[in-house]
Write a new protein. Structure first.
Length: 298
């Protein structure tokens, strides 16, 4: 029996519906949620992500302020733009699309965003709060993965989860979320990375395997146990001359072989990606809600 293919697009549409209702209520009360989106350079994948994020904002009624800068923008210009967004009362969330051009100090740029507008959850204050199990913005991809498991009724608490990857954007914050004593947590977690020996033995522990490495087709059907839930976070462009664009999107999981043995699997595209985007809108609505409440209390 083949795996259940988890429909990330449908899950995201449901979440967007819920967000649209919150946004409409807040807007009627005088605070229309606003997101500032900053893109530096011409990375084709980043352009496509940023375009999608802006369409998503339109769909749920969030105001989006789009700032596109050339690749040779200086760090001080970018810091100045972030400072303006920090002080702009129409903007409740700020997203600086990563990766930034190589000569920019990404850590310094992220640290310049006000933590209460850091809807990506990448600011050291938010990541520190995540680690300490305090209220914070949960980074969108980890948040989206937890939402998918929640909506699919796949318990995280007590589950054996094997996470492959430890990036700053996905693996590291997701690991902290999954093992913490709180929402999205209480898993028995194993984290694999490029130094892991005998990965197949480690993968066999997993009730749930989450893969976020950026290596197309890394995990194959013969590497996992029957009945595993597989969450594929990878979005890799691989050459495909039969397509109009000249490439196709594939995950870090070899979908065709893994779907034969898994209990459930997220496809690429149409799995984690759309839900990640929905969680950005969610965090923006939450940021606006907090701004609105604080304003009323002043
Ligand atoms: N690049 C890839 N994923 C992300 C993300 O979640 N946020 C930002 N800002 N950049 C990214």
């Amino acid at each position: 029996m083949g795996a259940k293919i988890i429909d990330g697009k449908a899950i995201a549409a449901g979440i967007r519906g819920e967000i649209a209702r919150t946004v409409s209520k807040l807007t009627l009360e005088g605070t229309r949620p606003g997101l500032g989106v900053v893109l530096v350079g011409q990375n084709p994948a980043s352009i496509s992500y940023v375009n999608s994020k802006e369409n998503d904002c339109d769909e749920v009624g969030i105001y989006s302020h789009d700032i596109r800068l050339p690749a040779n923008t200086s760090e001080s210009e970018l810091l100045h733009i972030i400072d303006n967004l920090n002080h702009n009362p129409r903007i409740h969330g700020i997203l600086v699309q990563l990766p930034l051009p190589k000569d920019m100090n990404e850590a310094r740029i992220i640290a310049a965003i006000l933590p209460e507008k850091d809807v990506d959850g990448f600011h050291p204050a938010n990541l520190g709060r995540l680690l300490l199990n305090l209220d914070c913005f949960i980074p969108c991809t980890p948040y989206g993965i937890v939402k998918i498991l929640e909506i699919e009724n796949i318990p995280i608490e007590g589950a054996e989860i094997v996470l492959v990857g430890r990036s700053r954007i996905v693996g590291a914050p997701l690991a902290n979320l999954l093992f913490r004593k709180g929402y999205g947590g209480n898993a028995t977690l194993t984290v694999c990375h490029s130094y892991t020996r005998n990965i197949e033995k480690v993968l066999s522990r997993g009730d749930i395997i989450i893969v976020a490495t950026g290596n197309p087709g890394l995990i194959k059907g013969n590497m996992i146990r029957n009945g595993t839930v597989v969450i594929d976070v990878g979005i890799n462009r691989v050459e495909d001359s039969s397509r109009r664009k000249g490439y196709k999107l594939v995950g870090d999981v070899d979908f065709d072989s893994v779907k034969q043995v898994a209990k459930a699997i997220t496809p690429v595209p149409g799995g984690v990606g759309p839900v990640t985007r929905a969680m950005l809108l969610w965090n923006t609505a939450v940021a606006a809600q907090r701004f609105h409440t604080d304003r009323k209390e002043v």
